[in-house]
Each structure stands twice: as structure tokens, then as C-alpha cells.
Design a protein around this ligand. Structure first.
Ligand SMILES: NC(=O)c1ccc[n+]([C@@H]2O[C@H](COP(=O)([O-])OP(=O)(O)OC[C@H]3O[C@@H](n4cnc5c(N)ncnc54)[C@H](OP(=O)(O)O)[C@@H]3O)[C@@H](O)[C@H]2O)c1
Length: 311
């Protein structure tokens, strides 16, 4: 796929489409919501903090006057919040064209739990999005060409789905838990694609990764305590992208007519750190269909969300 000349200006008009972006008040999620709104989409910014959500909406509408954008309460670390969001969306009686599973936390120094008792990185990054996608499936399937875009990471490469320590019950390593959750994002996205294809669905599922992008993710996660991360994000800034560029793979996956379900989209530059979006390859752990299938079943059990038929 030749994307060397790709830029956000090439995003086709998105008028008439409704899109949900999780974690849209900052970083990649905000930039994705901004460009989608600029290109005419009706965008719901799913945010856990109402004040941050409102500030993001004001920033967005300053840049795109007349944008069809709104804030919606959505805490990806709470199944009750996810269910409430999906129920409210269903009441609108409209189709959902694109769901962008973006919200995330990275390498939290200590093991924390969500309100549902899940390890916070696995719970927010993977289980929350698994549940949200399943609960929004009836509205997605009403769309003409529904897409689910799931934001993974280069960090999946060191990830391992250890079903005996899935939520770091036995041992917690901040980066281990992050890598596992991001590997789960890819396995989930690919398993969803397989299931949709098998059901003859119009829905496509596309995993993406942003490379390395200057957002709030370090401050919100390992903070100043993690020397390696600080060096990369502070002293090797030339290797990393600004948040707007970090959103390119997400935007490309959400809007390009050339994207196919199951393709993994990431930056084309040195070591996939930044650059125009293209098809990249996950490591073999991201292609393991058996683990993807088992993770799906375990995720259904943990969240209590069972997907409807995808056809
Ligand atoms: N930046 C990178 O280099 C990089 C690399 C690989 C992958 N990624 C992935 O990119 C995605 C976006 O991250 P980012 O870099 O843009 O970081 P960011 O600026 O920290 O944005 C993360 C967003 O997720 C939200 N969030 C966190 N927990 C949430 C929850 N429980 N419910 C709802 N929203 C929640 C945050 O909201 P609050 O403001 O309320 O915390 C924030 O809006 C993540 O999935 C991350 O893993 C980023």
C-alpha cells in the first residue's frame, strides 16, 4: 500500500457518519477526534473526566467552528460506565459507523485495580474496549460500512498473554502488564475481524499503532521515575512524533478506502517510530489465532459481555 504522500488533507469527507473515540480528551484520541470532526463526522468524545472532556470540546470547536462534536461520559475502567454509555447511544436510534478504541494507560508503577477488580492496564486497555465493542455491536451493524479501530502499540512485541497471570495476580511488572494489554488489543482486533468475516459481516476490524508520540501517556503512567522512557521522550524527541502525527495511523485506518480488515497499520518511518501510515506486521505473538480465540472466551467470561451474531 503506497502511502508515502498521505496526509490528513486526503481524508475523504466523513459527513453523515457517526464516530466514537474513547479517551478523546488528550493526545492521539483528541487529535483523531479533531480531524474526523474537521472532515464532517459527528464525533462523540468518550471521556472519563467531565471537566477535561468539556475543555477538549471547547478546544476542538475553536479549531473547527460548527463541528458536530459532543462529550459523552465514558470510563473504560468501569463496566457500569461502559454499559451506561452503550445504552444511551442505543437510545439515539442511529448507526455507529466507526468506533475508535483508543483510551489507555501505560506502565503504572504499582498494580492498581479498576472498580470491577481488574488489573488497571488490562482492564482499561483491553477488557473495557472488548466490552464496549460488544455492547455497541448492534449499532455498528446498522452502519453501511462499520469499522472498529483498536490502538495497540510497538510494546506488544514484548507482551505475553499468560492465562495463569492474566491480571498480574501472581507478579506485577509495569511494562509487562502494558505489553500484555497491547498484545491483547491486536489479538482482539484480529479475532473480531475473523469472526466478522466468518459471519459474512460488512464490519471490518483494524488494529493500529502510533509509533512513539509525545502525549500525556508517560506523565499519566511511569512519570519521571522511568529513566528509559524519559530519555526516549525527552532527549530523543527527533525520533518521536507530535500527537497530531501519532494519530495518523488511527485516522488512516478509520477513513481510508484502501484499508482491509485485519491489516495492522502503523508509521512507515525508521523502526516504525513515526511517519506516514502503512501496513506493518505484528510480531508472531500478535498473529497467534489460538491465543486470540482463548482470550476472546476469557474476556467474555470476565466482562459478562457476549457478542451478538456479527452477520
Ligand atoms: N503515545 C505513544 O507513544 C503511544 C505509543 C503506543 C501506543 N499508544 C496508545 O495510544 C493510546 C492513546 O494514548 P496517548 O498516547 O494519546 O496518551 P494520553 O495523552 O495519556 O491519552 C490517553 C487518553 O486515555 C484516557 N483514559 C485513560 N484511562 C481512561 C479510562 N479509564 N476511561 C476513559 N479514558 C481513559 C485519558 O484520559 P485522562 O486524561 O482522563 O487520563 C486520555 O484521554 C493508548 O491506547 C496508548 O496505549 C501511545
Amino acid at each position: 500500500m503506497a502511502t508515502s504522500g498521505w496526509s490528513v488533507e486526503q481524508i475523504p469527507a466523513q459527513d453523515g457518519k457517526t464516530m466514537v473515540v474513547t479517551g478523546a480528551n488528550s493526545g492521539i484520541g483528541f487529535q483523531a477526534a479533531l480531524e474526523l470532526a474537521r472532515h464532517g463526522a459527528h464525533v462523540l468524545l468518550g471521556c472519563r473526566d467531565a471537566a477535561k472532556g468539556q475543555a477538549a470540546l471547547e478546544r476542538l470547536t475553536r479549531e473547527v467552528p460548527g463541528a458536530k462534536a459532543e462529550v459523552a461520559a465514558l470510563d473504560m475502567a468501569s463496566l457500569a460506565s461502559i454499559r451506561a454509555f452503550a445504552a444511551e447511544f442505543a437510545q439515539r436510534g442511529i448507526a455507529l459507523d466507526v468506533l475508535i478504541n483508543n483510551a489507555g494507560v501505560m506502565a503504572l508503577p504499582r498494580r492498581e485495580l479498576t472498580v470491577d477488580g481488574f488489573e488497571r492496564q488490562f482492564g482499561t486497555n483491553h477488557l473495557g474496549h472488548f466490552a464496549l465493542t460488544g455492547l455497541l455491536m448492534p449499532q455498528l451493524l446498522q452502519a453501511m460500512a462499520p469499522r472498529v479501530v483498536t490502538v495497540a502499540s510497538l510494546a506488544h512485541r514484548n507482551g505475553k498473554i499468560d492465562f495463569a497471570n492474566l491480571q498480574s495476580e501472581r507478579e506485577y511488572k509495569p511494562w509487562g502488564a502494558y505489553g500484555e494489554s497491547k498484545l491483547a488489543n491486536i489479538l482482539f482486533a484480529r479475532e473480531l475481524e475473523r469472526r466478522a468475516k466468518a459471519a459474512g459481516s460488512r464490519l471490518i476490524s483494524v488494529p493500529v499503532h502510533p509509533g512513539v508520540s509525545q502525549t500525556s501517556i508517560v506523565a499519566n503512567g511511569p512519570g519521571a521515575s522511568d529513566l528509559k522512557t524519559r530519555v526516549l521522550f525527552t532527549f530523543a524527541r527527533f525520533l518521536t512524533s507530535k500527537d497530531a502525527e501519532g494519530a495518523w495511523p488511527t485516522l488512516f485506518a478509520a477513513t481510508s478506502t484502501s484499508v482491509r480488515g485485519g491489516q495492522y497499520i502503523g508509521p512507515s518511518g525508521f523502526m516504525e517510530f513515526k511517519g506516514t501510515p502503512t501496513v506493518v506486521q505484528p510480531r508472531p505473538n500478535g498473529l497467534d489465532e489460538k491465543v486470540g480465540e482463548r482470550l476472546w472466551v476469557v474476556s467474555e467470561e470476565l466482562t459478562g459481555v457476549h457478542y451478538p451474531p456479527l452477520g
